[in-house]
Ligand binder design. Sequence first.
Ligand code: AMP
Length: 279
Amino acid sequence: MNTFHNPAELHAWCAAEKRLGRVIGLVPTMGCLHQGHLSLIRLAKERCDRVVVSIFVNPTQFAPNEDYDAYPRREQDDLALCQAEGADAVFLPRPADLYAQDHSAWVEETLLAKTLEGAQRPTHFRGVCTVVAKLFNIVQPDIAVFGQKDFQQVAVIRRMVRDLNFPIEIVRAPIVRDTDGLALSSRNAYLTPENRATALCLSRAVRQAQDAVAAGERDAAAIEAAAKETLTAAGWAPDYATVIDAETLIPIQTVLPGASALLLAARKDGLRLIDNTLL
Ligand code: AMP
């Protein structure tokens, strides 16, 4: 497994692999890898000849009041996990490798990025799009794999790829959950045992919505109200519980099975978790 810090060196390696006709897959992450990330690497391995994993806690997608400094970092464990999964290259840039001191160019998606997570975190998706566009330019992958866990992120990236003509297929991988249902997240490391127990309200709300739709419920407002009730009853304050069109992210009134999704975000004790499901 090759490890790179320098963007130009990774670019040269990827270009050489491409000249040999190899299909390249990219899995962008912020590290502290768990089974969710590893499922993305496996999916990329199935589809590609060479898989590049990037591990970068991207400062520009964190607001000043967010957890950039506290975000868990576990570089040595991450490298061992990438190696075990058969990644071919790992990219571990330092902030200065990607952002010049006078960095002044940004990539911004201006529609899908404004609601939901974007309403709570106004500069978040500008940071995400900018760093993902950088990674796309450095690696020039054929395929990039993102997790459904960050549902809005995949939609925003797909829109960026369409609107800026990146010749890259975006693959959305299913959410990997713990045995009790909690969606895996690097930020779960922040949960006290008590908060971890009550955090199951998010996956419970997701399951209830799935069951309701399976039983014939189509009223988005009823599904949203039930989800909020489940979160609130467990002591988590909903930021949003919204039924949307799965592609445009526009809130809808009537569930169209297969084309709708429920997106959730909730807070407790300064922590914030998200979850979602296709309906
Ligand atoms: P992060 O390191 O949190 O930026 O996540 C890197 C990638 O892994 C993103 O595409 C996430 O959506 C994805 N991911 C995070 N958690 C999960 C999960 N539980 N299941 C599937 N993919 C995930």
